[in-house]
Each structure stands twice: as C-alpha cells, then as structure tokens.
Design a protein around this ligand. Structure first.
Ligand SMILES: [Zn+2]
Length: 147
C-alpha cells in the first residue's frame, strides 16, 4: 500500500518532513510503500523462497515482524522516472542522513540485509524489533484502533 495516510500520524509527519527537507536539499524523494497487510507481507516473504524473484525481506507476515505491518515504516525512491533506485551520487545515503535527524532508522544501516529505501520510526521500533508493539498491543489492528 502506498498512501502516506496509512502511516501512524507521528510517522506520517516525519515522512512528510523528510520529503520537504530532502527537496530543499535538491533530493527529490517519493514515498513508495507504507502499510502492508499480513497477506501482503506473507507474499513478500515468499518471494525468492517459494515464489519467483529475489529475497527482499526477512520478516514473516504471520508474526507481525515487519514494521510495515504496524504503519511505522515507509520506503522511498528518487522521484525521477527511470532513475528511481540509481545511487551513483549516493542519493540514498544523503536521504538516510536527513532521515536520521528526524528520529528515523535508515535501512541502509541494517547489518545483515541493507535496505536503503527503508525507514522506520525508532520510537516504535527499539532495537529494530516489533516486540514492543506486539507486547503492548498484540495486533496491528488493536494498535491502529488507538491512533
Ligand atoms: Zn521498508
């Protein structure tokens, strides 16, 4: 899902601010993905494992392990047609650095699987884990009902 309105209000504000700050720095950023349903996360997890394509996530859908399922993460690309993921000018590192000033964790800093288009809110994701959210709310639906 792509709509920025699907994000937690706090994370949505940070995403909007990130786009603004990057634009002011000559970095055109577009939000490409926000909230994922369990079915969408399971389909993504299957990719490269039981369905064609390359592996793009280590988070299974059934345990609510992805911050995208909780509406506290989003992905970006360069807002230039045909050059969305080009990085010869270190575009994603620059956007990542700006994101960090807003209290976002940048996916390029993951130790195992680098995910440069990815951002998640560290306040909701201590240790890059959904454990705190799961412990407090149980399911994304219960979390979202309290936004
Ligand atoms: Zn992501």
């Amino acid at each position: 899902m792509r709509g920025i309105e699907k994000l937690h209000p706090v994370v949505r504000a940070k995403a909007e601010r990130l786009v603004e700050l990057c634009a002011a720095d000559g970095l055109p950023v577009k939000i490409t993905e926000t909230l994922r349903t369990q079915a969408e996360q399971e389909a993504l997890y299957a990719q490269g494992r039981t369905t064609p394509g390359r592996i793009v996530t280590n988070a299974r859908g059934d345990g609510y392990l992805s911050p995208h399922q909780w509406g506290v993460a989003f992905d970006v690309c360069r807002d230039v047609k045909g050059r969305e993921y080009e990085n010869n000018d270190r575009f994603f590192e620059k956007v990542g650095a700006i994101g960090k000033t807003l209290g976002l964790f940048w996916g390029g800093d993951f130790r195992s699987y680098k995910d440069s288009p990815h951002f998640e809110d560290v306040d909701f994701m201590p240790g890059n884990s959904t454990a705190t959210l799961k412990k407090q709310w149980g399911t994304p639906e219960k979390f979202m009902a309290n936004w």
